[in-house]
Structure formats: C-alpha cells, structure tokens
Design a protein around this ligand. Sequence first.
Ligand code: ATP
Length: 295
Amino acid sequence: MTTMTTTKTATTVLDANGVTMRFGGLTAVRNVDLTVNTGEIVGLIGPNGAGKTTFFNCLTGLYVPTEGKVSYKGTVLPPKPHLVTQAGIARTFQNIRLFANMTVLENVLVGRHTRTKEGLWSALLRLPGFTKAENASRERAMELLDFIGLADKADHLARNLPYGDQRKLEIARALASDPGLLLLDEPTAGMNPQETRVTEELIFAIRDQGIAVLVIEHDMRFIFNLCDRVACLVQGEKLVEGTATEVQSDERVVAAYLGTPFEGAPGAEEAVEVEAAEADAAKTATTSTEEEDTR
Ligand SMILES: Nc1ncnc2c1ncn2[C@@H]1O[C@H](COP(=O)(O)OP(=O)(O)OP(=O)(O)O)[C@@H](O)[C@H]1O
C-alpha cells in the first residue's frame, strides 16, 4: 500500500521489521516496517492516536513489541531502554522531561552517564580515573551546549529557561549519549514560528554531524521542509511512505487527516462490518415493531 519501498543498505541505521503492539484488544501499531539510513532525516506523521509514540516506545525499549523486531546497525536490540541508549539510539519525549532543579550543564551530564565507565566506588572515593572521566564529560557537555547555543546559560537552573531553550536542552541531553540515531517526539510542540525555525536549523546541523534523525511532528510545513522521507501512520498501520512531495500530494494522507473515508483505509473493513451489523440490527428492530403493530 506504500508509495515507496526503501531498500536496506550497508548504511541502514534503524531497521524496524513487522512491529506490532497490542494493548489488550487494541492494536496500536500493526506490522510496521521502517528503515532510517545514515545521513537521513525521516518524518513520522499521522493523526492523533495513530500509534506514532507507541511505535517510538517500541523502538526505544519502553515497550516490548507484541510482534516484530528492531535492529540498530544490523544488531537486534534488546527491549530495555538503557541498552538501547547504550547501543546508540537517543530520544526526546513529547512532554519536556528535564531535571528542573538541576543546572543546564548538570542536565547534559546526566545524559552522558551511559558513556562513562567509572563505577560507584570510583565516584565516591574520587579516584583519579573518575576525575579524568568527569573532566572529559564536562568538556563534552560544554561542547554540546555550545553547539545548541546554550553555553552561556550552563549554570542556570533548567526551570528558569524559556520554553524553546528547554526543548533545545532536551536535545543536548539526548546528544550527550553520542547517538547514531536521534528520535524526536514532537520537538516543536508549543513553539512559536521563530523557535520552530531555530529547531529546524538545529536538526539539520545534527544530521550534518552524521547523526540520523527520526522525527514525529504534527506541524506539516516543518516536517515536509525538514525530511528526506516521510511515513504516515493511520490507525497503527503505515499508510504511505515517500518523499515529502509524494506524501504531501497523496490523497489518502489528506483524507486520513480530515477523517474522510477512503478505499483501503486502515480500519475501514472493520468500520464497514460494524456499520452493516448496526444496519441489520436496526432493520430487525423495525421489522419486529411492524409485526407487533399489525397484530
Ligand atoms: N499504554 C497504553 N495502554 C493502552 N492503550 C494505549 C497505551 N498507549 C497508547 N495507547 C493507545 O494506542 C493508540 C495510539 O496511541 P499513540 O499515543 O501511540 O498515538 P500517537 O499517534 O502518538 O498520537 P498523538 O499524535 O496524539 O500523540 C491510542 O488509541 C492510545 O489510546
């Protein structure tokens, strides 16, 4: 049903294969395949409740998919968030999840912990290895703050940052784990157009550093401007995948957003069955009323 099938190449960073996630009777994600290659920015769009965040949670080990598997650079990922981060996938969340009472620098240092090998005793006793690792982490964290334009606010408390800066800080914290793939869940939610433009530039700069990006967004102008490839989920299924131009002009995508029925729409068969059952029930009820009236 998709307009474009991407090939898996030696440079495939993420390969999600047949990912399905059920919550009891509800199938939130159904048999979704998606690849992200080195140097790409891929967008994931879809109406509210389409399964985008659930799919992200399957990729990052927050959920164990009911079916399917997720590989990063050719290795199947264990469904455990810290192991996924260690492997090289970092993410941000739809709602800001900063440590509000920690400084900007400390927030980035938290994101660095998967890349530091020094143990608890080393930290408590402040052994030379720990001090060296701590200095290296600080240096890297400051580099990242410089990269996102927050170096001059390193000592500010995270809660005192303007909204747009808090979102940027989340990205810096995710980058602190030195990922090969960055997943962004609605990075421009609540932003004004100026902040959105800055985020767009930031994501291009991240891609230029060799980090592949998969981004969920509702802002279509942002997504179509940013992404090399876009996939659209509808009712848990991947309806369309293609270039921004292909997806933008696909009538099924427009119909899905407007809630207009279209042939072959995910969930359409079930909807037709339900409608037929309802019509049958109504007909039976009318017939019995007529029979009663004629008695
Ligand atoms: N933990 C859960 N338990 C039960 N149902 C869930 C759970 N998480 C999500 N769902 C359901 O799965 C479906 C997909 O939700 P999801 O949040 O993934 O959609 P989304 O595309 O990210 O939506 P939005 O754009 O509004 O964030 C919805 O029907 C939602 O109610």
